[in-house]
Design a protein around this ligand. Structure first.
Ligand code: C5P
Length: 236
């Protein structure tokens, strides 16, 4: 008897590392460094929601029109590219890296990202992108919704004052005229909106490791994260 050929076993995916937390806790910096140390790909999911918000603004879409927002989120082409050593976010092929980081777009993004149809479109893309693993994804719902089976989950926290101060310095360095008290208030308002929304609110996954980044240096936190990642089975 000739044995019928067995279909090849699906190759196991590489690990996924989820980094969630409110704005200004250091997610982007640590996510990039961690990905680079591990040879993984870094995915900034906040940039994806920001890009949809920018597209909504440019198309003059009414933010209460959930159907139009959903159509837009499914239609826009969001890409990430590297040029002259810096990462670029592309909307339909055009570089929008700076345009998506203004305080106005930050606030708009919190509104747009509360729309279930937008979230469905983004989560689908994030799952497609990360399907083979070997990714560090940073956002608000990675460990709870996008990849609840991620091998390692971090939840970063820091005081509101410190987060607002970091955002303030970041914007100031980019030449954006900002006020410290106003920036702290905006960061708090955005976090309240992200935590209070009905669909996929910002929430710590039960199995996430919480790290407070308030008064610690990046190197020290990165070393702690790497130790945790390497102690998990299957993560190199
Ligand atoms: O991380 P970043 O500050 O760029 O995120 C911008 C906004 O995008 C957040 O305030 C939040 O409203 C939304 N977001 C989200 N889910 C994610 C990532 C970001 O709702 N996974």
């Amino acid at each position: 008897m000739i044995a019928s050929p067995q279909p090849p076993a699906p190759s196991p995916r590489l690990p996924i590392i989820a980094i969630d937390g409110p704005s200004g806790v250091g997610k982007s910096t640590l996510s990039k460094l961690l990905a680079s140390e591990l040879g993984y790909i870094n995915l900034d999911t906040g940039a994806m929601y920001r890009t949809v918000a920018l597209a909504a603004e440019r198309h003059g879409i009414d933010l209460d029109d959930a159907a139009a927002l959903g159509r837009l989120a499914n239609a826009v082409v969001i890409d990430f590219a590297r040029k002259a050593g810096s990462e670029q976010v592309l909307l339909d092929g055009a570089d929008v890296s700076a345009a998506i980081r203004t305080p106005e777009i930050s606030l708009l993004t919190s509104k747009v990202s509360a729309c279930p149809a937008v979230r469905e479109a983004m989560v689908r893309r994030q799952r497609e992108l990360g399907a083979r693993g070997g990714f560090v994804l940073e956002g608000r719902d990675i460990g709870t919704v996008v990849f609840p089976d991620a091998e390692v989950k971090f939840f970063l926290v820091a005081s509101a004052e410190e987060r607002g101060r970091r955002r303030f310095l970041e914007l100031q360095a980019k030449g954006v005229g900002v006020d410290l008290a106003k920036t702290v208030a905006e960061v708090e308002a955005r976090d309240a909106a992200d935590s209070g929304r009905a669909h996929s609110p910002l929430r710590r996954a039960d199995d996430a490791v919480t790290i407070d980044t308030t008064a610690r240096g990046i190197d020290q936190i990165l070393a702690e994260m790497l130790t945790i990642v390497r102690s998990r089975q299957g993560v190199s």
